[in-house]
Ligand binder design. Structure first.
Ligand SMILES: Cc1cc2nc3c(=O)[nH]c(=O)nc-3n(C[C@H](O)[C@H](O)[C@H](O)COP(=O)(O)OP(=O)(O)OC[C@H]3O[C@@H](n4cnc5c(N)ncnc54)[C@H](O)[C@@H]3O)c2cc1C
Length: 570
């Protein structure tokens, strides 16, 4: 018999919007179920540039978007200071460029007025010599350069932090769980049928209201209720370099005149992004060689040596941009809409959130939750602007953390970045056998590129509801660095197998799936010997250890610990 859960609001989609809405509602005491068909943030949010910015680009045509994003960037910095990093930008002006320095500076002076909202610094103008001294990799063809100030965030971690906080406050959060159909009663949407992609189990979730926060998939979810919501989906690709190309973000112009940039992101640099109308299958998105060539060509003009840096993988996602006809992709509004399908289409019980920016997610979630609460008759106001996300409650002495747990500075710093004030409690998880217990556990580094410890993997599995090895690439950045998992995937699979009680077949399945994903995202950017090297590493893990492709089905049934702590916590 299909199990049934009842709740007040079912949120579909664990990207930044769905996770943000679930948290906002849970903080107001509303009962929520959040379902995500993959890993939290694994849709568009993870593929974003991760900028908590105002968007200089939108200033001219969409000043409201810039204003909202700047205001909310300030809020996000307050509630998640550990997840945010400053990104100083350099904008070179070329002698033969379409706009001279005076015009560029007028735009930057306008943007300066928004900077205090997001704790940003005003721009400065640098002479050619000053700019080249600051970043010798810049093209000598520049006339001068400007600085401006932005912020970055680990987008997948921001999604997880919102969802985990919602779970701590009573929400049921379930990953790898897809809405397959909507429940209808006399024309009203009353919930959904969901299917667990790992165990194959099916549930029914009965809800007073359903929020469609499925990002670019939202038209598909709306169709389950016989409704049409039009988007103008825009595919965006980034190249990820194995390490920092520069500690500054550097503007570049595409062959078609589009603004792009190379920017520091966590341990790596990224370059992008493209923005192209997308008509394909969202679940089978590939990056083409043309897209890689287009980005490299743009970057080369600002950083002539860019091709000497190794790209280790790519990211690709689709923007859930609001529909507009007759405009270039870049010119489309980045504004958002909350649609009440009762008011718009006469189908009560269903809402959709479309469009928007990661940088304004909290504000969008507050608006959406206000609309849901008004319908439910809930009077509690939103508290997300000032209630810290998990780990954001206080800053931490990283040196003391490093000493206490005997891990190096880099590991302590990265752990603090992901978990903030909760870092010590993460390190208290250890895989040492009980007989070998130490007064203070000493975690082992599993992934050296990031770095990630065994303690963090165990924490992710047992306290954060991570369900697969591949999920760890988003949750703790396992295997996304220079070696793409070559030196950590096997060891990480072992740690998770022990924590979650996987059989050898399950561990083998996880490992082969992990390698298939690394291959998918790395191969478009690799050439020659690099392809052979990745193949060799994969073979070493999957072939030489005698693993066959395991079988996931049936390994994680009713009583398996793999079902996810967040769901169980509620
Ligand atoms: C290349 C690129 C760069 C960007 N850069 C920035 C930036 O720097 N700053 C910024 O502010 N914004 C940026 N954006 C925009 C920003 O990323 C998006 O606006 C935002 O992430 C959208 O979040 P979302 O939650 O709506 O969608 P998603 O993150 O896609 O979340 C939707 C989720 O719904 C799930 N789902 C779908 N169907 C179902 C179903 N049937 N059942 C259960 N779950 C389902 C999906 O798996 C997915 O995880 C960028 C976007 C792109 C593509």
């Amino acid at each position: 018999m299909t199990r049934t859960f009842t709740t007040q609001v079912l949120v579909i989609g664990g990207g930044i919007n769905g996770a943000g809405i679930a948290r906002d509602l849970a903080l107001r005491g509303v009962r929520v179920v959040l379902v995500e068909k993959g890993e939290l943030g694994g849709g568009t949010s993870w593929a974003s540039s991760g900028m908590i910015h105002g968007g200089l680009r939108y200033l001219q045509k969409d000043p409201e978007v810039t204003l909202h994003s700047c205001v909310d960037s300030g809020n996000i910095q307050r509630i998640a200071p550990h997840l945010i990093f400053r990104i100083p930008f350099l904008m070179p002006v070329f002698r033969d460029g379409p706009i001279g320095p005076e015009l560029v500076e007028i735009g930057l002076e306008m943007y300066d007025r928004f900077q205090p909202l997001k704790c940003g610094k005003p721009h400065t103008r640098l002479s050619r010599e000053q700019a080249l001294r600051l970043e010798p990799a810049l093209s000598p063809q520049i006339e001068c350069a400007f600085t401006l100030d932005e912020w970055g965030v680990d987008a997948a971690r921001l999604c997880a932090a919102n969802a985990l906080d919602a779970a701590d406050r009573g929400a049921r959060v379930r990953t790898h769980t897809e809405v397959t159909s909507l429940l209808r009663d006399a024309g009203r949407v009353t919930g959904a049928r969901v299917r667990d992609g790992i165990t194959g189990e099916e549930w029914q979730v009965e809800a007073e209201l359903v929020m469609n926060a499925a990002g670019p998939w939202l038209p598909k979810v709306a169709r389950l209720a016989g409704l049409e919501v039009k988007l103008r989906p825009g595919k965006g690709v980034h190249l990820v370099f194995e390490r920092r190309v520069s500690d500054l973000a550097i503007y570049a112009t595409g062959i078609d005149g589009r603004d792009m940039f190379t920017f520091p992101h966590e341990q790596n640099s990224m370059a992008g992004t493209t923005d192209d109308d997308f008509y394909g299958d969202l679940d089978r998105m590939e990056t083409t060689e043309d897209e890689v060539a287009y980005v490299l060509q743009a970057m080369e003009r600002s950083i002539p040596s860019i091709r000497r840096h190794r790209v280790c993988h790519v990211t690709a996602g689709v923007r859930p941009t609001l529909f507009g006809f007759g405009k270039y992709e870049d010119e489309l509004s980045r504004d958002y809409q909350v649609i009440d399908h009762g008011a718009r289409d006469g189908v009560q019980g269903l809402f959709t959130i479309a469009g928007g920016k990661l940088a304004a997610y909290r504000l969008m979630a507050e608006d959406a939750a206000d609309r849901l609460c008004a319908t439910l008759g809930v009077k509690e106001p939103s508290r997300t602007a000032f209630t810290p996300l998990p780990g954001g409650e206080a800053l931490l002495d990283v040196a003391a953390l490093s000493r206490r747990f005997r891990i190096g500075w880099p590991a302590a710093l990265r752990l603090f970045f992901r978990h903030g004030a909760h870092a010590p409690r993460v390190l208290e998880q250890t895989s040492s056998p009980p007989g070998a217990e130490l007064a203070t556990p000493s975690p082992r580094i599993v992934c050296a590129c990031e770095p990630v410890t065994d303690a963090e993997l165990i924490h992710a599995a047992l306290r954060e509801g991570v369900r697969t090895l591949t999920d760890c690439s988003l949750r703790v950045r396992l295997g996304v660095g220079a070696c793409q998992g070559a030196s950590c995937a096997g060891a990480a699979a072992g740690v998770l197998a022990e924590a979650l009680g996987w059989s050898a077949e399950q561990a083998a399945y996880e490992l082969t799936t992990f390698w298939a994903e690394r291959w998918r995202v790395a191969s478009p950017a690799l050439a020659g010997a690099q392809i052979a090297a990745l193949e060799l590493h994969r073979a070493a893990d999957v072939g030489a250890r005698g693993f066959t492709r395991g079988d996931r089905a049936g390994h994680a049934g009713e009583d398996s610990p793999r079902r996810g702590v967040a769901w169980e916590a509620a």
